[in-house]
Each structure stands twice: as structure tokens, then as C-alpha cells.
Design a protein around this ligand. Sequence first.
Ligand code: AMP
Ligand code: MG
Length: 409
Amino acid sequence: MSLLPVSEALERILASFEKLDSLHIPLKDSVGRILAEEIVSATDLPLFDNSSMDGFALRASDVTQAGSATPISLPVVDDIPAGKMPTHHLQVGEAARIMTGAPLPPGADAVVPVEETDFNNRAPGAALPESVQIFKAANLGANIRKRGTDIQHGESILHAGQRLRAQDLGMLAMLGVADVPVCRKPRVALLSSGDELTPIGQPLTEGKIYDVNSYTLGALLEAAGCEIIPLGVAADTPEAIKAALYSAKDADLILSSAGVSMGSFDFIKDVIEKEGKLNFWRINMRPGKPLTFGHYQNIPFIGLAGNPVSAFVGFMVFVRPVVEKMLGSSQQAQIVVRARLTEPIQSDGRESYLRAYLYHENGQRYAKLTGHQGSGNLFSMVQANALLIIPPEVKSLPTGAEVTAWLLE
Ligand code: AMP
Ligand code: MG
């Protein structure tokens, strides 16, 4: 039986998802969220002409002859700290003390920093001098931040679909945006399945292992911006699986791992077939061939293979793009680079995802496999910083061949 190509599997999965609705949340909670609407500036920034230095505001034409041996003395007619409005319209031959960020007084067209005056005394509380000696000529506009030079009213600042970073939050604060339109977090019900799985914190009895995928997939989901509905670990019976899935009623996606192979205790596929609709259950991929996709009572269901590496890779290939689509994210799910192999690679003709360590040498990026590629060997994933993608049909690649790689954050 020919297996479904990865690209077609992804297309079929993505077709079942839509962008979710949005809501407004407080700015301080919005880092990492996906912006739901374009942000257009409702103001000029800076909002008013202001000084970029602590110094003296004046008219440049009054100090063209100023020099260290020929200082020009000007009366100081105003004192303008940040946050206060000037009280004088500056006349020819006048100066006003001004602090960084304070509004420029009308009539002034330059600021001379204190360092270039005889008032180079920034001790807090220094009294306003009656006059100031200017030691240096100033260019027109010197040390003035003009209104609207950074951002103009109506300018597009952030686009819908971008993930908000610290600097974006700062920008929104600068614009006075207190509530940010973001996409609702996708709700993902997360299920592990298998009689052998023991929750961590409990002693292992003979033949058992700890549940790994709840943690890996949980962390990946959270990092991708999802809210998790934990369904725990289901035993290998159809009843236990159905009982666990009952709590997934409000989910946008059910994500399970294991129980989808050809084993005598792999019931996930049966449950989906009986309680919903199976779309496909095997794909041309390594690791992660037994990927199951369908709907459980109208909720999209992705059943990843159970081995820890298979589950991880399956997430990267199929779940991450689904999450990005639900979030309306404009960013690519994966960061793609090219690298040269430092050793030959054998493949079985399936689209393969190999764990590798990428490094730079002499301006070239190289990829070195991180140990054996068994789908249970999570340590090789721990040592990896990238997944190499070996296309379908490729059976071997020589040392030095260039391959595509996804960076693992
Ligand atoms: P299965 O698809 O149920 O046959 O699982 C394939 C392999 O993955 C088996 O060796 C399982 O023990 C292992 N496995 C499945 N789920 C988990 C999990 N949550 N944590 C660790 N190993 C798992
Ligand atoms: Mg199992």
C-alpha cells in the first residue's frame, strides 16, 4: 500500500482548521501572543518637539560666533524640566535651561548641551543661573527631536499575525494602546495512551516507563501559544480512551500520542473510526509513520506516533503549522536553513527527519548527526539543534551534500 506523502497529509490536516476569533487583553499580558489586527499610529511620535540633551535651548543664529575662547553670554529666561510646558516664547538673544525629553520652547531652534556651556554642573537641584556662557556654535535643529520624525500619524506600526515581542509591547505603550487585540489561544486537549505509562512522581513498577510525551508535547504546545486541556494517560482499552476524550468537548484540537500502530492494543484509530471520522492513518515519513488524522465527534484529532522522538517530530511537521493557522500567525512555523553533511546518510526512501547538530566553520554551516536515529532515542534530540529533512525517494546522500534543516528553538 502506498503511503500518503507528508505534504498531502499536511494539506489535508490544515484544511480542517480556521483562524480563531480574537479578543482584547491587557498590554502587559500580550507578549508572545499573535496580534489580531494591524496597529496604525493615531499620533505623531515624538508627539512634540523636545530636547535630546540636558542643556540650553536657544536660537542657533545667536551663537554662530561662540567658541571656547569667545563664549557668548545669554540670559536664562526659563527652566523646563521633562513633563513641564515652557512658559516663555524665546526671543532673540535668550536661552532657557532644558532637560532631556522636555518640550522645546517656541522660538528656540537648537539645544546646546550643558557640556558646552559654563553650567556644566548637573548636581541635582542646581539653581537656575541668571545667564549662561555658550562655548560652541550650534547647528539649526541640533539636539532637537522633532515632532513626527519617528512615526507619523496614520503610519502602519505592527501587522496582524505577528508574534508580539518585548519591543513591540514597548511600542504599543508608546502609542498608548492599553488593550491589545490578539487571537484567542487554541485549546488543545492532550492525551497520552499506553498501559505502560506511569506519571512521573510515582515509583516505576516492573515493565513500566514514565510518560514522556505529556511533557514534551505540553511544552511545545505552550511555546506555540496554546492552552492545554490535560487528559492525562489513558489505558489501552477503547473504553479508557473514550472516557478520556470525553473531557475534550471544548477543544479546538485533540492531540494524542501512541496507540496508533499495528499493535494488538492500539485502539486509537478504532475509536476515531467509530466515534467520528478517520481521514488517514499512515504517512510516508520517518519517524512517525503511524500518524492518524480525523475527527472525534467533529473535533479535529491528530494522533501522533508514540515513541518520544516520533511524537516530537510529528508535532513539528503537523501540529505547529496547525497552531499557526488557528492563530492567524503570519510567521513561518519553522526556521529553515541549509547545511552540509559531515558524514554520508542512508535513508529508506520515506521523508526523513534526522536529529543533527549544526555548527559554523569557515563561513560554512555543517550538520553532524547526534547519534543513532531510533525513534525512542530522545537523547539524540536533546543533543540536536536542528532536524535535517531528507526528501522522499532519497536513499543515500554523500558527505558534503547540502540538505535542508529546521532549527529547533
Ligand atoms: P505505541 O504506538 O503505543 O506502540 O507506542 C510506541 C512506543 O512509544 C512504545 O515503546 C511506547 O512505550 C512508547 N510511548 C508511547 N507513549 C509514550 C509516552 N507518553 N511516553 C514515553 N513513551 C511512550
Ligand atoms: Mg501503546
